[in-house]
Each structure stands twice: as structure tokens, then as C-alpha cells.
Design a protein. Sequence first.
Lengths: 379, 94
Amino acid sequence: MKSFKEAIETGDKPDLIDPEKRKQLEAGTEEILGALPEKAQDYYELIVSEAYQKLLDRIQHYTKAPVTQQNFPALVANVFGAFNKISEVESANKAKLEKMAVNVVLNLPEFEYVKKLVQANRLKIVAKLGTPDLKNAVTQSEQEAQDKLLPDVDGLSDLEELNQIVAENLFDDTETKLRRRLANTLMQGNAVSKLYLFNMVKNELDEMDKSLIYNYGLVTTVAQLFYFASPPIENFTLPMIEAAAQGSEEVVPEGDVYTVKALAKTFPYLIHEIVKGIYEYLAIDPDKSVPEAAVERKLKKDVIEQEVTDTIAGPELWNKIFELVSTEDQKYLPFVYQYVLALPIEDVKKVFKGDKEGEKIVQGLVLRAKRTASEAEQD
Amino acid sequence: MKSFKDLFTKYLTEQPAPAAPPKEKPDVKPDTEKPSTEPKSPPRRNPLEPRPGFQPRPKGLVPKGENEEEEGVKRKNNPDVNLFFKYRKNIGRA
């Protein structure tokens, strides 16, 4: 039972969290709770509290002034001005920024092995500054409508149809859904944490325009705050989402390779979408022992609304794993991510708890990653 | 749509023998390689790579419902419950 004290703590920061959003986050209904340590809701509220307080610190870093109830409206107004300035500079440097976004990501130690896949033409990354493309996304209400419909199996053989039904009955269980939620929360969390990577190319950005770094910092941090400060939106529609989205990613199979297609309105979000696309790619099939029909089934469950809470809770959850991997082992993070997604759920909880046991599990995963990567390189 | 029971019965009665599991995807490779009498061993893939042919749904960052009251934006494509099936049928042509 809640005491007078709020479950999501804002600390010494102003409480800009929308009351309805707060209720949603404190309701104990998030699916990801199933992968969190004991007292999962308390744990969830703690990481959301940390995320909120860190975010307000980050806004202050860029604006050089603490966020208050009073200056928040002006801050939002400044964001719109910043978007206009960004748009002006980016339109003059579009191709350069698109290339830079890919390079910033692939040159991170974390993506060393992904870069090798790109260099070997096993993975393509197409990154464009432009309008997000979400025409194939599915909203919660559409998903619910689909779930009520019996699939039209036109064109399938009886065996394919049978396989599909078996897959639905055998593999669409709670744990499968939970693993997919885990994959999505972590990929979103990691990608959110990469929103600020534009700082790594400060010199190049300064050459384009000295105001870019400030404006990027402003729009990314304040946009993140919107996730807390805006009420939950019911009945999302795709036109609404397409109008509001800052970026999109899609991983598209082409023959036996894949293409990550990232689109975003601005450079920081383009980086974000590239990272999300890469981790989406890594999350497609982390456990090759899972039957293909079950993988396909799992991928059909994502709805776009989930990204809102994934964006709020994801960064701190990702950090729990990130912090357990040493700096020199960052290049094994893509492997570790895949292995975590295939761990028994009880072990996932230990990893998030971050104690000695969780640390030992992650260290084991890193060792396994080193062996696997080494063997792959010898082939 | 047929019921599970119908399909399963049909499957059991019409299958001539407990044949090897049929391939779900047509093998479009030319016949220059050895006949596939042995279990197919797919080309060695990087361990990070997914098996081919899966397509997750796109994702997009939606910071806020700005423009949420915008109307008249025509849906370009109605997501189809059978996207997966249509996609699967296209794999062989890819």
C-alpha cells in the first residue's frame, strides 16, 4: 500500500510527472515486472525515479539552469525554436550527417562485431534524415483487433497452417511474451542512452554551426521529459504516431542478409534509431534453438505504444547490464544482450538485481561471448 | 479457417509416410550442388546473425502526442493480419 510518499520519487527535483502517467507507472501492470527482482514494482519505481532525476540533471547540463515548474513552459517553447534552427543547419549538411551518424555508432567499441558484419556485407545500414516511416507499425487497438480475427491462411499449405497453429498453442506463452518485452525494453533503453552521442562529434558539428550541440541537447532531453510530463495517450492511431514520431527503424530481410533502415528528423534521433535497429536485429533470433514459427509469432506481438514505457524504464535497466560489463569488454555487449534474452527468467532477475550473483552470471556471459567471437573469427 | 482437429486429422491421414520434415521455404539454389540427401547444413553464419527471413515490426520514437489532433492523414497501408504470411510467400522470390 502506498504511503503519503510518492512511489516514484522526484528527489529535490520538481515533479513534472503527469498524474495520469504516474498512476500508469505505479499501477504495477507493466509486463516487464515479470523479469525484475523481488518486489518488482518497487524496483521498477526506483529505476523510473533514477531515470527522471538523471534526466532533469541532464537538462540542466545543457540549459545551465535547473528545471522548475515555472520555467518548464519556456523550456518547451525553446525546444520548438531549437527544432527550427536544427532543421535549417541539417538541411545544408544532410548527406554528411547521415554518414556521420552511422560512423558514430559503428566506431563505438560496443559495435565492433556489428561493424564487422557490415564490412562483410552481412548487415546493411541505411540511415536517412527524413520523415519516419511507420506504415507497417501496429497499435495496441489494431493488435487486439487482429488477435480476435482468425488468420486467413490463404496460400498456405495445410502443413504450414498446422505449424502456425501449433506454434501459437505451444510457444505463445507468458514467458515468450516476457522475453520479447525484455528485448524491446533493453533495446529502447540502450538506444535512448545513445541519444547524446552527438557529443562525440562536437568538432564536426561546431564547424556546421556552433549552436547545434546546445540545440541537440535541448531537444533530446526535453523530448525525453515529455514522456514523463505528458498524459498516457489512449487509442493511438498511426496517423497520430506518424505525425509525432521523431524517428523510425525497421529491420528488413533481403535474401539471407538484413538491412537496418533508420529514419529520423534530426541527427541525434538518427543515431538513436540506428542503435535501436541494430539491437532489433540482434533481438530477432537470439536463441537459435527456438523454432522459426515461434520466432515469427513472437515478432508479431509488438505494438508501438509499448515504446513509451520502454523509453522511461529502459535506459536504467540497460545500465544494470552495461555496468556489469567492464570497459574493455564492451565489444561483447551485443553477444551478452543476446544471451541475456535467452537466460532463465530467474537469472535475468539476478542480473537486474546487480548483486554478486548477477555479476557472476554476466561475467559468465562475457566469457562465453569471448569464446564464441574467437571461434567465429577463426572460421 | 479449418479447425486444428481437421487439419491434424487431414495431416495424419493424407501424409503418405512420416516423411522428413518438409521445407517451409523453397530452396532456390541451382542444382549444381550435391543432391540434398544429407541433412542440410546451412552456411556458417556469424553467431550474432539471425536466421534469414524474419521481419520485426518497425518502431518509432514518439516523444509526445504533439499534432495528435491532426486529422485527415490517410493511412498509407493498413497493417495486415497476414503480413507475415504474405511475407513468407515472398521469401522464395527475394
